[in-house]
Ligand binder design. Structure first.
Ligand SMILES: [Fe+2]
Ligand SMILES: [Fe+2]
Length: 298
């Protein structure tokens, strides 16, 4: 949706409501964190909310806009209709606006709460996963892999916003910002689903096998918690936990994380890839199975 929305001023934040869903920040249900009291729990949730907004701004501008601009400007070796290119341009418009709104939200909230954000990582799980995957692929496959990656990211982002809104204790400001964003993202995920199918139909079978085989390692890194763990260590440090205490808490919270067919975000991505025809290629299915991301025969 091309912009015409007035600036949204943050409502006063509600008394005991959360700035970020508890289920997305396991640090806040760790006994050692709960023992430090409600102020520490809500402070960590507030910093996690800031990080979410900053991640949105980075992802929208540096990944989604950058790659989608190539689609809009016809800078891919594939044929897409003029109509599809124009819709891609509306996505770019929306995403730059989302980045602006996310940073505006962060600034308004930090002023309301008189709590500045800690230093944010300049990388996201997506940017790291993408850089590592491109590092393993020959250069002539980079542009094509990025087209798949942006479609996956846009689909996942939409699913994530829907999940985030499900916490009933979320404050109104965060819920409203998610609702604004969701309106656009629901449209984008439809666009990228169509785009991915049209793109994949044009890719030569030999190239398909190479691109498809690169997907499992990308997804394992993208849906992992590497950057999240670094952030958690930093945030615990600012709330007075020693490095050793912080490490123990972070290990407790993230240990045992394995990406498998039951992971809801992965299930969502596999469905996207199936609909686009990407999972129809035997070498790709085989690679997913070997990586433990789908069940045999799926
Ligand atoms: Fe967005
Ligand atoms: Fe989007």
């Amino acid at each position: 949706m091309v912009r015409s929305t007035p600036r949204r001023a943050l409502p006063e934040v509600n008394g005991d409501s959360h700035h970020y869903p508890l289920f997305r920040q396991p640090l806040c249900i760790h006994p050692a964190v709960i023992a430090r009291g409600e102020d520490v729990v809500s402070g960590i949730l507030l910093q996690s909310c800031y990080k979410y907004m900053e991640d949105i701004a980075l992802t929208e501008t540096e990944v989604v806009c950058r790659i989608t601009t190539r689609i809009a400007n016809g800078r891919t070796p594939y044929d897409f209709s003029r109509k599809l290119q124009q819709v891609a341009l509306t996505v770019v418009t929306d995403e730059n606006y989302h980045a602006y709104v996310a940073r505006d939200f962060l600034d308004q909230l930090s002023q309301l709460r008189a709590a500045p954000p800690i230093a944010h990582p300049k990388e996201t799980e997506l940017s790291v996963a993408l850089a590592e995957t491109l590092g393993r692929l020959p250069h002539e496959f980079h542009d094509e892999f990025e087209l798949i990656a942006v479609a996956i990211a846009e689909n996942t982002l939409t699913r994530e916003i829907i999940d985030l809104r499900s916490d009933r204790k979320l404050d109104d400001a965060f819920r409203l910002s998610l609702s604004d964003h969701l309106g656009d993202e629901a449209q984008h995920s439809g666009f990228f689903q169509t785009f991915l199918g049209e793109f994949w139909r044009q890719v030569h079978p030999e190239r398909r096998a190479i691109l498809g085989r690169a997907l499992p390692a990308f997804l394992i890194r993208y849906l992992g918690v590497g950057i999240e763990q670094q952030f958690d260590l930093a945030v615990l440090g600012t709330f007075g936990f020693s490095h050793e205490e912080a490490q123990e808490i972070v290990e407790d919270c993230h240990d045992g994380f394995t990406l498998g067919p039951d992971h809801p975000m992965l299930g969502n991505i596999v469905r996207l890839l199936q609909t686009a025809g990407i999972m129809s290629d035997a070498p790709t299915r085989e690679a997913f199975w070997h990586a433990g991301l789908i069940a045999r025969g799926a």
